[in-house]
Design a binder for this molecule. Sequence first.
Ligand code: ADP
Ligand code: MG
Length: 361
Amino acid sequence: MEGLTIFGIDKITDVVEYFNGEKTLKPVHYTPQTELEIYHEFAIDFSDVKGQENVKRALEIAACGGHNILLIGPPGSGKTMLAKRLPSILPPLTTDEALETTKIHSVAGLVGANKGLLTKHPFRSPHHTVSDVALVGGGSHPKPGEISLAHNGILFLDELPEYKRQVLEVMRQPLEDRMVSISRAKMSVDFPAGFMLVASMNPSPSGNFYDPNDPNSDPEYIVKRYMNKISGPLMDRIDLHIEVPAVPFEKLSNAEKGESSAIIRKRVVKTRNMQEKRFEAIPKLHYNAQLEPKLIEKFCGIDSNGQELLKKAMDKMGLSARSYSRILKVARTIADMEESDSILTQHLAEAIQFRSLDRNN
Ligand SMILES: Nc1ncnc2c1ncn2[C@@H]1O[C@H](COP(=O)(O)OP(=O)(O)O)[C@@H](O)[C@H]1O
Ligand SMILES: [Mg+2]
């Protein structure tokens, strides 16, 4: 905690002597924010990933605006590798976030003895056999679930279609509300659940992208059935869908080292700071992904060209009203990354590209 003078003592007699003026005690100096900033040493780094520039771009956009993202690609294309590197480009936790995160983990009994503040963004990756109670929280003495343990961090659902549909459905409301209410006969508890959802999946049961000219790819109806395992409403709540093609072997062995996480993080921090400033007067609003419908109108206005483009895309791709607001929020983030006050057509066009799964339905 900041703003307190704290003395460390070994024996109660020290306290007595202190108050008798026989002993002096030195206050302990501790600044949590410094600790939060220096923790940013990661063992894994974006520079380990060769190629995949489009995917890295999508992950940077997601980090900048706090957007949910789905990675779709064949096995071995690097989805898990990429997702695990996302925390390394997020801005350091603020002291408030660190306190909040620590509280939740403490309630769940996950902060070890003699451990202080949690200083890293949580990265939770529950196995696909996770129960709905373990995911969203519950029990007779309600305990936070994975979605609350991921608060201020990332919930990574690897191989999304493997999760039980009913388990994914219980996550829908908390995804919208950024908190979960657990009701019991005698009480009800609210746990925060403001996390970034990062999910991965294969594009089909065989693992390949659908290609009508490839005899080895699954037939279209099989691919559709596979995609339908993830319900439309859940898909609608994911702002960015990005295809992760496998990187050919020659490229893997030859490609130069990519940008480091530290360089990408600098840009992310800058974009996040802009958003903090814009939303300064609005409580609990820090980044674009948190914008609610009323505020989307206020902050994500587009001109007539943009409206034209968006209408065309909606008609052609059959987008839902929900994905319409997702596009606007992502476009807002892309504009922020370019320090543009208004959302221009090119920002919208890029945001629309990230609805590739809506296109398939
Ligand atoms: N673009 C890449 N650059 C470097 N290594 C890669 C890349 N893509 C895949 N790999 C290697 O392949 C392994 C498998 O990737 P993984 O992330 O498990 O794939 P997926 O989750 O898509 O099945 C990684 O651990 C890494 O060693
Ligand atoms: Mg994987």
